[in-house]
Design a protein around this ligand. Structure first.
Ligand SMILES: [Zn+2]
Length: 270
């Protein structure tokens, strides 16, 4: 499925999702500015993305990170569009991993892309000037795009969608995710262009809520851990319950990843 929602005079939201008998589990947002896309939507919407691009030519795509819901449209947009990515993302674009069935259903399996150009530190789109910003935590390599003059940050998955994050992926460093959000809070920011929530106005308040929740959770978890409690005991003690789909993710999203990360993961030295 695709929904095209103009946001302001420059930015158009390109929302994609899988069609689950007419309903949507989750939207992922790419943003079109002029002839440039920031991220490229999910693979299950590739056909609609291709049709959209027939009327709205896309000449460049800048990809934030390796996940299928952010790079899935790239394959159908090349070779007309140039794709820019950091080395880990370029690798994922060239040889996409086979995904568990659940994610093939929710987002789709990406098709490989042969040509990927190096991500520049800075690029212009018309009157906008975007700077690359490192946003580690959700993945160790994720980047966002910051438009300093307007206070816009295209933040991909840097800020968790539920205000109370219950699950993590095995390679998520949630401690670093908190540090990244704190770094974002130091920016002059008017709009956060989130990868799943869409444009967020009053972003500082939105982000702070998530920082406060995760820091409080981390303190409680560390306290219980220091008293000798195991991870399953900590989960039970804090009453953290996973959503209905958790087991279907085949271990890609788990409560114990979140707890373990909040106990053991640190912010790597820069
Ligand atoms: Zn992601």
């Amino acid at each position: 499925m695709i929904e095209i929602v103009p946001y302001n005079e420059l930015v158009t939201c390109v929302k994609t999702a899988s069609d689950m008998n007419g309903s949507v589990v989750m939207w992922t947002y790419a943003y079109l500015i002029g002839d440039t896309l920031l991220d490229a939507g999910c693979p299950n919407a590739a056909k609609e993305i291709e049709e959209f691009a027939a009327n709205n030519p896309v000449r460049r795509i800048f990809v934030s990170h390796t996940h299928e819901d952010h790079l899935g449209g790239c394959a159908v947009l090349t070779p007309k569009a140039e794709i820019y990515a950091t080395p880990p993302v370029a690798e994922a674009l060239r040889s996409p991993e086979s995904l568990p069935d659940f994610f093939v259903m929710v987002w789709g399996q990406p098709e490989p892309v042969s040509e990927v150009l190096p991500m520049p530190e800075k690029f212009e789109i018309g009157e906008l000037s975007l700077e690359l910003m490192s946003l580690p935590g959700h993945t160790d390599h994720m980047v966002g795009f910051y438009e300093r003059k307007r206070g816009w940050l295209f933040s991909a998955d840097a800020v968790p969608l539920p205000s109370e994050k219950q699950l993590a992926m095995p390679d998520e460093n949630v401690t670093e995710m908190i540090a990244t959000m704190e770094e974002i809070q130091t920016l002059e920011l008017n709009i956060l262009f989130d990868g799943h929530r869409g444009p967020v106005e009053a972003p500082h308040e939105y982000i702070q809520k998530r920082i406060d929740y995760l820091k409080e959770l981390q303190a409680s978890i560390k306290e219980l851990h220091s008293q000798g409690h195991t991870i399953p005991e900590i989960q039970k003690n804090l009453g953290i319950e996973g959503p209905w789909y958790m087991d279907m993710t085949e271990g890609r999203f788990r409560i114990d990843h979140l707890i373990r990360s909040l106990i053991f993961d640190e912010v790597p030295p820069s």
